[in-house]
Ligand binder design. Sequence first.
Ligand SMILES: NC(=O)c1ccc[n+]([C@@H]2O[C@H](COP(=O)([O-])OP(=O)(O)OC[C@H]3O[C@@H](n4cnc5c(N)ncnc54)[C@H](O)[C@@H]3O)[C@@H](O)[C@H]2O)c1
Length: 387
Amino acid sequence: MTILVTGADGYVGWPTALRVADRTDERVIGVDNLARRRWVETVGSVSAVPIAPIEERSAAAADTGRDNLSMIDGDLVDRDFVAELLAIHEPRAIVHAAAQPSAPYSQINGERANDTQHNNLQTTRNLLFGLQEVGLGETHVIETTTTGVYGAPEFPIPEGGAVMEHEGEREEVPFPAMAGSWYHLTKSHDAANLRLANEQFGLPVSDVRTAIVYGSSTAETREDDRLATRLDFDYYFGTVAHRFCAQAVAGYPVTVYGRGEQRKPFVSLEDAVEGLARLALGDSEKRPAAHTVYNQVTRPISIVEVAETIASVGEDRGLEVAVEHFENPREEDETHRMEIANDRYADLIGEGRMDFEEGMAEVVDALHERRGTISAHEDRFLPDVLE
Ligand SMILES: NC(=O)c1ccc[n+]([C@@H]2O[C@H](COP(=O)([O-])OP(=O)(O)OC[C@H]3O[C@@H](n4cnc5c(N)ncnc54)[C@H](O)[C@@H]3O)[C@@H](O)[C@H]2O)c1
């Protein structure tokens, strides 16, 4: 039996594959078509932390004792490829982290929205139907969906379903459909498809609704430069905290839209990888049901707090970081105080491994080392005017 990690060349997938390989004697198969490397190139940017070509990454994994990890270059949109992959390797668990993961990229135009939705939905359906068709009905499917499927409701976000009341009747209903981008909606659909696959095929499912991930490394990726994971800072692929850190390093003010009091959910890379690895390795006592939703989030943090934390971390390192407020181009509630339940996830990973300030310090240090790359791409902090 094997464990499959899809999107294993990605920011989250690569360190997850390394951690899983460390903790098992089973073979770990990483699959990726290297699309993320190309997507970042097409928006004129680059990972701030250099990432080794895939062959070098694999060699470094073997050199550091992980010769049970194999990487396969393949496109999960291709149904025949997926069927063959599953039939040959018969995974007992799949961490499905392959996706086009950028909301702004999916919003560029209709073509990118199509590509994103086609890519993300097709890969997930191919895996779900593939498992059913090759007779692997027990394989545990663990997908990194997103907390973005919840939108920004006025009530505390539950870990999974919401209770609906109508004419005196109450029922818990799935809660995946409030997403605010063409990308996020792919994860809403995935969440619904995962639920259906659990109901129709009996597949055990962990729907891991992942918050915004921060951090530049994990224990495994620090072992060797060739094991480094990517760290993006551009408008399209850099997530908000990483982009702010890059702005601070490049000497730009950190730009907060409007009041910035709205809270967004965050989790460190270290903690996200730990949760996924534990699920893949089958800590079944922590899985209460055949279909379980986890809110993979440590805590919601306001955008202002994100900016101020980075400013203070930067100042400790001699950087002058101004926090500026600009008129908000987006329609959003700038004071939305998100509350989100995470009891199941906290129970799964135990004590969190990295707090937010420590994470921002790590990212600022990693980016500071690569400040030449950031300065050469600082026009990438903003969207292209043609958008
Ligand atoms: N990073 C975050 O803040 C965050 C937050 C919430 C959810 N997520 C989700 O977690 C997962 C991992 O995110 P990430 O930040 O590591 O993104 P990433 O882009 O670094 O990793 C995704 C990987 O999937 C690969 N991929 C995409 N389509 C593929 C296909 N058709 N066939 C094979 N490989 C394919 C890409 O090449 C990439 O390496 C994604 O599903 C993302 O939506 C990420």
